[in-house]
Write a protein that binds this ligand. Structure first.
Ligand code: ADE
Length: 423
């Protein structure tokens, strides 16, 4: 029996030793965050700050939470998705690091919302959000707490889309740091992180061979690009669907077939949604799919596949493997749904690898510090990560990888800053 005074709701504190081993393993691939943590431990830039982090509770997030605590923050951690929590990690953060965690893998929607409210009861000065659920709850239901808030940071594209809508509606009354759009975040996390971990989740859930399969990637943003690239790398024949003409051209020139979903639906063996929008696979698409077609999602919310419509046309739903359900349709065919339509990379695998989360979470840690350092000076609205912070993270990452690059000569600096010399 593990004793702790720290408030928490985790699955089982006795899982802590396994969590500790795994957190330390991830930490080996997170040298940039480690440097920040060491500086934070010396300088305590978040001393006395009440902080809420709503993130996928993974080994990588644990390393972030430990860095925030080292910085002096009074931090509470909750899950940003009901299926993404690693229960051993949650246990370890409570038992070994005295960090209050409210997250259980498979928690129902009511529990998820209750955890968001427990986090808000902490009266945060800083909120690190992934998907904007904490901020949306604060703004809609707890406006009286807004004066406590110095600012927030947002991890993911979906959250940024929601923050932009809040700004348009005139309800964003504090500074929100856009971590997602930092170069050292989306170029690597969204592309290579989602690419690898999505295929990892699909393979862990199904163990299917991807070589020779037709894989339909729905959406060609950074996550779609990474997913299509990695599916092709495994030998799949990849189709891309898009609604944005520029991204569609990009997919064509990257060598993928591009077509509307109505045409792709009867061809695909496996469908992966990464659009951020709702019902991109819906009733009329299920009707024409091949028998045994598999569908899954790697976008933030479980709204991309219309599972209600699929349920309505099914006579039976059978659990055939972990995270794998077969829907038997009235038309005699079946459709296989992976991870209940939730982020397959976090539901069935472990999310993005640590090496990319190193940069994402370096951005998060530095964004929290930036908000506190600039308290009262930043306008309400969405703020980019300062370019010098983004470049410094890239520089530290390269250094940790043992890779060196050139720098401009004085002559080149002069040339690049002048307009007088041409042809
Ligand atoms: N989002 C995607 N992958 C993640 C990970 N490994 N940890 C935290 N958040 C994530």
């Amino acid at each position: 029996m593990v004793a702790t005074q720290v408030k928490h709701e985790v699955k089982d504190l006795s899982l802590a030793p396994i969590g500790k081993q795994r957190i330390e393993w991830a930490g080996r691939e997170m040298p940039v965050l480690k440097q920040i943590r060491d500086r934070f431990a010396a300088e305590k830039p978040l001393a006395g700050i009440r902080l809420v982090a709503c993130c996928h509770v993974t080994t990588e997030t644990a390393n972030l939470a430990i860095a925030l605590k080292a910085a002096g923050a009074d931090a509470v951690l909750i899950a940003s998705n009901p299926l993404s929590t690693q229960d051993d990690v949650a246990a370890c953060l409570v038992a070994d690091y005295d960090i209050p965690v409210f997250a259980i893998k498979g928690e129902d929607a009511q529990t998820y919302i209750r955890h968001v409210n427990i986090a808000l009861d902490h009266k945060p000065n800083i909120i690190i959000d992934d998907g904007c659920d904490v901020i949306a709850t604060l703004v809609q239901e707890r406006q009286h707490q807004l004066p406590d808030l110095i600012g927030s940071t947002e991890e993911t594209t979906t959250g940024i889309v929601r923050l932009r809508a809040m700004f348009r509606d005139g309800v964003l009354s504090f500074p929100a740091m856009n971590v997602n759009d930092a170069d050292t975040k989306h170029f690597f996390d969204n592309r290579y992180g989602t690419g690898q971990s999505t295929l990892d989740g699909i393979i862990r859930a199904t163990n299917v061979l991807l070589a020779g399969k037709t894989v339909v990637v729905v959406g060609y943003g950074w996550c779609g690009k990474g997913t299509a690239l990695r599916a092709r790398g495994l030998g799949a024949n990849v189709i891309v669907t898009e609604i944005d003409p520029t991204k569609a051209i990009e997919a064509v020139m990257d060598g993928f077939r591009v077509m509307p979903m109505a045409e792709a639906a009867p061809q695909g063996d496996l469908f992966i949604t990464v659009t951020g929008n709702k019902h991109v696979i819906r009733s009329e698409h299920f009707d024409v799919m091949k028998d045994g077609a598999m569908v899954c999602n790697s976008g933030h919310f479980d709204i991309e596949i219309d599972l209600k419509a699929l349920g309505e046309k099914s006579t039976e739903i059978k659990q055939v493997r972990n995270f794998t359900q077969e829907y038997r349709l009235k038309n005699g065919k079946s459709v296989v749904v992976l991870g209940e339509g939730r982020l397959i990379n976090l539901a069935a695998a472990e999310g993005h690898p640590s090496a990319v989360m190193d940069m994402s979470f370096a951005n998060q840690a530095l964004a929290a510090e930036y908000l506190v350092k600039n308290q009262g000076k930043l306008e309400p609205g969405i703020h980019s990560i300062p370019v010098e912070v983004d470049k410094e993270i890239a520089r530290l990452k390269l250094q940790a990888m043992g890779i060196f690059i050139d720098s401009l000569t004085p002559d080149q600096i002069e040339y690049i800053n002048s307009w007088t010399s041409g042809t």
